[in-house]
Structures are given as structure tokens and as C-alpha cells.
Design a protein around this ligand. Structure first.
Ligand SMILES: N[C@@H](CCC(=O)N[C@@H](CS)C(=O)NCC(=O)O)C(=O)O
Length: 246
């Protein structure tokens, strides 16, 4: 068994970034589903900010996705997922920061939660939160489209980098929202990039492992209650109102 453990829950966007990188590098790892432990002392001992993912490698533990993927890149350098040129690395880090600051918050924390997660828990969507996020998502899609005007396969050009694996999970989860179905076809370069990414053996391999039927059924049954308990705090009216202004 591998001495690498990824802690998280299967649906998490950031957890999936880490799992994609490990899959691409063909590094074996064990996945520890933290769903039943979220917010409990065993989880907070790993991540004091109450988030996922967390990586354990032997006696070393690290949280925050960008720190984790940098560690993986340096510990398992081949195949490389960061460019050799200083400027391309800056560009890659620009994408990573943009996903953290603009793509994930609006696509996932705002719209996907309102459209997919809350209704699954029997809670109606807050249309103000969705309406506020949509123009910001449109900006994000225009930026990707403009960058991909170079006509090459990946965000930075012909080289697959961490930027692509950062962008994929947010744009994948958001694709299930009805708004994405209307928006995505307007961006042909972005749609080609998604197709290219989905066709990579890394991505199909990861999806197969992540959608393992037994674990998904287990997750759905078990997680509804804990997800509800966990997110109920986020439903405080003041917090939801704040999200419509962020
Ligand atoms: N800055 C963190 C963000 C991680 C994050 O927000 N993870 C989400 C899941 S995608 C989370 O843990 N949410 C807490 C929850 O769902 O209770 C990182 O880069 O790892």
C-alpha cells in the first residue's frame, strides 16, 4: 500500500485537482473519505481551517491545494506539470490564483451549491446569489476563450500544466448547472479544451475511480445528512446575503 494518503470528500473540486495530479503522475495513493468527520476534531487536527484536501506522505502532512501540488511536483517531477520557462510558470500560477479567486467561488461556491447541492438537500436555490455570480462566470469564460485563441490544446499552449488540472474540476462541476448548458456552447475554444481534457487517459482514469459505483452510493446515502448538518451554517440569511454581494 502507498504511503500517500489524500484526505477529502469525493465531490470536492480541490480534492479532485490533487487526485488528477497524482493520477497523471501515476503515483499510487489511498483516498480517505473525510465526509463523516468534517468539522470534527479528527478533521481539524489535519486542517485547522476546516477544509479539504489534506495530503499525508509518510510522516509529513500538508494542506492547501497549491502547496500540495507544488510538493507533488517537486517530489514526483515526471511527467512535469510545470513549464521550464519562468514566464510560463508565472502564467501558470496566474491561472491557479484565478481559479482560487474567481472561477471556484462563482462557479462552485455560489452557483453549483445553489443549483445542485442545496436542492438535493431540499433547500431552494437563492436566485440573488446565482444572479450575482453569473456575470462573473461569463467574464471568466471570456478570459479562457481569449487565452485559447492561440489555437493550441492547453491553457498555456501545447504543454499540459497544473493550470489545466486546476481549471478542470470547477468547469466540470459547473457544467451540471442549467446556466452552464446555455453558456458553454458560446465558447468554442473553451469547449474544445474541455473535450481535449476529458479525452486524456488521466481524466477518464480519475473519473472511473472517483465514480466507483459502491463509493458513490455510499457517499450519497451517508453524506446527505452530514452535508446538511455541515452546510446549514452557511445558510444563515446574513451569510447568504453576503454571498450575493461578494
Ligand atoms: N484554499 C483551499 C480551499 C479548499 C476548499 O475550499 N475546499 C472545500 C471543498 S472543494 C471545502 O473544504 N469546503 C468545506 C465544506 O464543504 O465543508 C485549498 O486550496 O485547498
Amino acid at each position: 500500500m502507498s504511503d500517500l494518503i489524500v484526505y477529502g470528500f469525493p465531490r470536492s473540486t480541490f480534492v479532485n485537482i490533487v487526485r488528477l495530479v497524482l493520477t497523471h503522475k501515476e503515483v499510487p495513493y489511498t483516498f480517505h473519505d473525510l465526509e463523516p468527520e468534517m468539522g470534527k476534531p479528527s478533521h481539524l487536527a489535519l486542517h485547522p481551517f476546516n477544509r479539504v484536501p489534506i495530503l499525508r506522505h509518510g510522516d509529513f502532512t500538508v494542506y492547501e491545494t497549491s502547496a500540495i501540488v507544488s510538493y507533488l511536483e517537486e517530489s514526483f517531477p515526471t511527467p512535469a506539470l510545470q513549464p521550464k520557462s519562468v514566464r510560463d510558470r508565472a502564467r501558470m500560477n496566474q491561472w491557479i490564483s484565478a481559479v482560487n479567486s474567481y472561477y471556484y467561488p462563482y462557479m462552485i461556491y455560489h452557483v453549483s451549491h445553489e443549483r445542485n447541492v442545496f436542492p438535493e438537500l431540499g433547500i431552494p436555490s437563492d436566485e440573488d446569489v446565482v444572479a450575482h455570480a453569473l456575470p462573473k462566470i461569463e467574464v471568466g469564460l471570456k478570459v479562457v476563450e481569449r487565452e485559447l485563441a492561440h489555437g493550441k490544446d492547453y491553457l498555456l499552449g501545447s504543454e499540459l500544466t497544473l493550470a489545466d488540472f486546476y481549471m478542470l474540476p470547477s468547469t466540470y462541476s459547473f457544467s451540471f448547472a442549467p446556466e452552464a448548458k446555455a453558456m458553454y456552447p458560446k465558447y468554442p475554444g473553451f469547449s474544445r479544451w474541455r473535450e481535449k481534457m476529458e479525452g486524456l487517459p488521466t481524466v477518464s482514469g480519475h473519473r472511473e475511480v472517483a465514480s466507483n459505483v459502491r463509493s458513490v452510493i455510499g457517499f450519497t446515502r451517508r453524506s446527505k445528512k452530514s452535508l446538511f448538518d455541515r452546510l446549514v451554517g452557511a445558510l444563515a440569511p446574513s451569510q447568504r446575503e453576503a454571498r450575493a454581494r461578494e
